[in-house]
Ligand binder design. Structure first.
Ligand SMILES: [Zn+2]
Length: 67
């Protein structure tokens, strides 16, 4: 009677090594990529504003935003 009060979810069948591997094929983390900023030479994320000088696509994006 006690076991009826505490039902938990139980897998219907065993997941094979192959199925488990297929599920985990997307789990690995990608290596973080950096590119050198063409303006200041600092390492930055590609297609992102440079955190050190605020340049993007050859111009100072952060400075023009304030004016
Ligand atoms: Zn920069």
């Amino acid at each position: 009677m006690i076991e009826r009060l505490c039902w938990m979810a139980v897998p219907k069948s065993k997941i094979s090594r192959s199925r488990r591997g297929q599920r985990r094929s997307h789990d690995s983390l990608k290596k973080v990529t950096y590119v050198e900023c063409p303006n200041c030479g600092e390492m930055k994320l590609p297609y992102n504003i440079c955190s050190s000088c605020g340049f993007y696509a050859g111009r100072d994006v952060l400075a023009s935003e304030q004016s």
